[in-house]
Design a protein around this ligand. Structure first.
Ligand code: NAP
Length: 320
């Protein structure tokens, strides 16, 4: 079979996302000499940068601040010469004239790449109750690390029962007078070690089998209304801060029309991070998977770039 000429392109791979998955892919790509660009979002920051303490990332026995860990990832990537820009990707399209090329459009730039690593992560989910939007930034928060110090000696509520809610509730004990965790079931989803710490912490109280139905206040939050899921009875809890940690939503809007997503909007991949589109690989929190951690994101990133490299090599081998 005769070889065809590979159409013009500017990058072997473009990594979209500046979190642990994206940067790990970037470190591997730059080190192995792939012509790579990492685009980190201008409008969004990686969730890790607002995590105060990561104590389960191997090799760092004393734990590390999320922002600091991300700076180290970046330093390592730059050491290998990774090209990085901070802009939002507006669109990704398969090039009509040359389907082997993916066109990546930014606000004031566009690129032609042979492969893409989707490492766009996820963002906090809203509770969508009355008062949530109204009091955003005036008593409602989605980040204890950012806003915890504003609540010194005050009472706050935390909504959710997962790792994030409990870890953030524990962090808030440094500042708040009392932390009331409102959870819709009578069991936490959080890891046992976090549960144990929270149950031992005098400042943390729990309201079980309850959902927050409204945030109330005047200029600032003064409390919340909570419904008992069994009786339906409503009670009010006084609090000056409401921290909402009820899971995440993936940043996958730009892939909606080109990749297979699951019901929650996460990108479906095989074990080697290949998505439903040839040349696009996914890694980290935006991918459909069981366990979302820094270490699993980094693992995904390494796997994704390896698959991308094989794919690109194969393309180049079939062409001249
Ligand atoms: P998550 O595990 O999905 O937990 C979300 C929590 O919010 C659950 O307790 C859920 O209740 C509750 N919830 C969801 N929707 C709700 C609603 N509409 N009203 C009231 N409650 C609602 O999310 P996450 O805690 O953000 O964790 C996400 C991922 O990051 C997980 O894989 C987690 O392991 C990881 N993570 C790990 C660490 C760590 O290792 N230290 C720290 C942070 C996050 P149910 O329990 O009833 O479903």
């Amino acid at each position: 079979m005769s070889k065809t000429k590979l159409p013009e392109y500017d990058h072997d791979t473009i990594i979209i996302g500046g979190g642990p998955a994206g940067y790990t892919a970037g470190i591997y790509a730059a080190r192995s000499g792939l012509k790579t660009l990492l685009v980190e979002g201008a409008a969004t920051v990686s969730q890790i940068t607002i995590t105060d303490l990561i104590e389960n990332y191997p090799g760092i026995p004393d734990g590390i601040d999320g922002f600091e860990l991300m700076q180290l990832f970046k330093k390592q990537a730059l050491k290998f010469g990774l090209e990085i820009i901070t802009k939002d990707v507006l669109a990704i399209k398969n090039n009509a004239a040359a389907p082997v090329i993916w066109d990546v459009t930014l606000e004031d730039d566009s690129f032609r790449t042979l492969s893409i690593i989707a490492a766009t992560g996820a963002r906090w989910r809203n509770l969508e109750v009355p008062g949530e939007q109204e009091f955003a930034g005036r008593g409602i928060s989605y980040c204890a690390t950012c806003d915890g110090p504003f609540y010194r000696n005050k009472d706050v509520v935390v909504v959710g029962g997962g790792d994030t809610a409990i870890q953030e509730a524990l962090f808030l004990t440094k500042f708040a007078n009392k932390i009331i965790v409102i959870h819709r079931r009578n069991r936490l989803r959080a890891a046992q070690i976090l549960q144990k710490r929270a149950f031992a912490e005098k400042k943390i109280e729990f309201v079980w089998n309850a959902t927050l139905t409204e945030v109330i206040g005047r200029d600032f939050v003064t409390g919340v209304k909570v419904a008992d899921v069994q009786s339906g009875g409503i009670k009010e809890i006084d609090a000056e801060g409401v921290f909402i940690f009820v899971g995440r939503l993936p940043h996958t809007g730009i892939f909606r029309d080109i990749l297979r997503l699951d019901a929650g909007g996460y990108i479906i991949t095989d074990d080697n991070m290949r998505t439903s589109a040839a040349g696009i690989f996914a890694a980290g929190d935006c991918r459909a998977k069981q366990f979302r951690q820094v270490v699993t994101a980094a693992g995904d990133g390494a796997n994704a770039i390896y698959s991308a490299e094989l794919y690109v090599e194969e393309l180049k081998g079939e062409t001249y």
